[in-house]
Design a protein around this ligand. Structure first.
Ligand SMILES: [Zn+2]
Ligand SMILES: [Zn+2]
Length: 155
């Protein structure tokens, strides 16, 4: 009979009423709960449309600004890190060279002042010959070379 067939339990309230079946989930609903069921499905559709629109926006933005692609951002980050590391290494090298140059200069100044003192002495005492002069000339050349080309520094 038609009445028997239409009087089925509603899936939500379990009351035997005139029901309507939803083709999507194959459940039976009374009129009230069918409306609610439809509303829930419509809300789900709106959420999907929202996600869809957001993704569309993302595509448009990336087309307009290719720079904001995550891969480009990764490359930028790698570039910044590499530059920072090189700068740190260069700064360390400069500090070492400055330190080493200062030490070298101190050594040379000491040798030079000793040489000056001896030169002054032989001049005052008027006690020198060609051998002394050759020795002084040699030492002066050595000191000059050491000053211009520090042997213990390499990069
Ligand atoms: Zn119901
Ligand atoms: Zn359904």
């Amino acid at each position: 009979m038609a009445t028997a067939k239409s009087r089925v339990q509603c899936f939500i309230c379990s009351k035997e009423k005139n029901t309507y079946s939803c083709k999507g989930c194959s459940h039976e609903f009374c009129f009230q709960h069918l409306k609610e069921h439809r509303q829930r499905i419509e809300t789900q559709l709106e959420e999907i449309i929202n996600d869809h629109d957001q993704f569309q926006q993302t595509i448009v933005q990336q087309k307009q600004n290719p720079d904001i692609s995550p891969l480009i951002e990764q490359i930028n980050q790698w570039e910044r890190n590499s530059i920072h590391q090189i700068q740190q290494a260069a700064e360390k090298c400069r500090e070492q060279v400055i330190k080493s140059t200062q030490k070298n200069n101190n050594d040379i100044e000491k040798k030079f002042s000793e040489l000056s003192q001896k030169l002054k002495e032989i001049r005052e005492e008027n006690e020198f010959n060609e051998i002394d002069l050759n020795n002084f000339q040699l030492k002066l050349t050595q000191i000059t070379e050491e000053f211009l080309q520090p042997s213990n520094t390499s990069i």
